[in-house]
Design a protein around this ligand. Structure first.
Ligand code: NIG
Ligand code: FE
Length: 415
């Protein structure tokens, strides 16, 4: 068995996983949305799932493959965290002190703190420092079962630093046992040097940053909210990003109802994220547009705000993903099991729906059709729990249940 460091750079692996308790395939062919198989086994060849079935029916010719003994534990697809701001320098511990003493996130933001203070630290940080700090956080995520994560820029807000952030994402993607999906978030907030010229900043994002960043990113995101960019500004930036070949996602109506979710539906974005203040009509429009809603209960937890009610999204027919929003200000939450527990306790999601949203939901939110389920042809990204059933993730919320993480057929222990 490997630790994270010793498997970096290894080619995709061959592996047979045996003695699985509850195998969650997310493949309705096995019944129900979770497609549970009790007593299952999985074969991975060259990093891709080749066979899924009952352990007692395992093909005889897999005897020579390396074996992982799940010891009766639950096995599920690797978590897909579809919304993170994991690249940043420094921290906001002082601001946290003010927040727990009563200051709100928006008050701190309006007073020039918040995102702006992380922008100052990230502009100043050497690329290697930024990489080292980010790598530590990604290791925590990986040890808790995240095998794919979207990571945004957005703490540069100038071309050089946005490019530096996206390059860090690219290098860590190549280095770690995690697939990282880079998103350009030049429109995160208006930096101080453009404080009196918002229009000038929107032009700078479109005319200068976007052409430099688009080759390094797969998506473009805009923070479209009452304390951030207006609907018309977001539309202009996202349309330019689409022209530049990027997929679209959007921070929509997190802090107030400004019509960002309706814009998201109009543009047919791949995902609309947060949605705390989006109304039911906008949720139905998003569903009709084929978008995914990305829900981030770590923010409600960290800012002590009301949680969105999961039933509203289900009633609107909008598929959802759960994600961490990992960032130094509004949600310094790194692990998907914690997010699953929050969704179950605070948003009224069933444990099964929460697991589905943290795996297949995340993959859909990123437009990745090759993961989030356990079936022949899917990537060999799996998590093995020490517990027999997925319900343990919510029932025993602070137990570190993840015993093994398998990335493209390569296993490592997390203990
Ligand atoms: O998703 N909403 C905007 N961006 C982040 C917060 C980033 C920060 O506070 O540094 C979010 O909550
Ligand atoms: Fe965010």
């Amino acid at each position: 068995m490997n630790d994270v460091a010793s498997v970096q750079g290894l080619p995709p692996g061959n592996l047979v996983i045996r003695r699985i308790g509850q195998l969650i395939t997310n493949d309705p062919d096995h019944g129900g949305p979770l497609g549970v198989i009790w007593g299952g086994a999985v074969v991975i060849l060259d990093g891709v799932i080749d066979w899924v079935g009952l352990d007692r029916e395992l093909p005889a010719d897999v005897g020579d493959l390396p074996e992982l003994d799940a010891a009766g534990g639950c096995v599920l697809p690797g978590f897909v965290d579809a919304h993170t701001h994991a690249v940043f320098a420094g921290d906001r511990i002082e601001e946290f002190g003010r927040r727990i003493a009563g200051a709100t996130y928006e008050e701190i933001h309006a007073a020039g703190g918040g995102i702006a203070s992380t922008v100052a630290a990230t502009r100043q940080a050497a690329r290697d420092t930024l990489m080292d700090e980010t790598r530590e956080r990604l290791h925590v995520m990986l040890h808790h079962g995240t095998t794919t994560a979207e990571v945004k820029s957005g703490y540069g807000l100038d071309t050089a630093t946005e490019v530096k952030m996206l390059e860090v994402i690219g290098r860590l993607d190549a280095e770690l046992m995690m697939d990282l999906v880079p998103t350009f978030l030049g429109a995160h907030t208006v930096p101080h040097e453009f404080a009196t010229d918002r229009t000038g900043y929107v032009r700078y994002v479109i005319d200068e940053m976007l052409p430099a960043c688009a080759p390094l990113a797969r998506f473009c995101d805009v923070f479209c909210d009452q304390a951030a960019f207006a609907v018309d500004e977001a539309r202009e930036i996202l349309l330019a990003a689409r022209e530049a070949g990027l997929g679209l996602r959007i921070h929509a109506d997190q802090l107030g109802p400004i019509g960002a979710a309706a814009l998201a539906a109009e543009l047919g974005v791949m995902s609309a994220d947060h949605l705390d203040h989006a109304d039911d009509a906008a949720l139905r429009a998003l569903a009709a547009a084929g978008s995914v809603g990305v829900l981030l209960p770590g923010v409600s937890f960290s800012l002590r705000l009301p949680y969105p009610d999961a039933s509203r999204f289900a009633d609107a027919g909008l598929p959802v993903a759960l994600a961490t929003d990992a960032n130094p200000g509004s949600s310094y939450v790194l692990t998907m099991p914690f997010v699953i527990a929050l969704a179950v306790y605070e948003m009224g999601m069933s444990p099964g729906d929460a697991v589905l949203a943290a795996t297949l939901g995340g993959a859909r939110a990123l437009g990745m059709a090759d993961r989030g389920y356990v079936k022949q042809g899917a990537v060999g990204d799996l998590v093995a729990l020490a517990a027999e059933r997925h319900v343990a993730l919510a029932y025993q919320p602070d137990t570190p249940h993840v015993a093994h993480v398998v990335k493209a057929g390569r296993p490592h222990m997390t203990a």
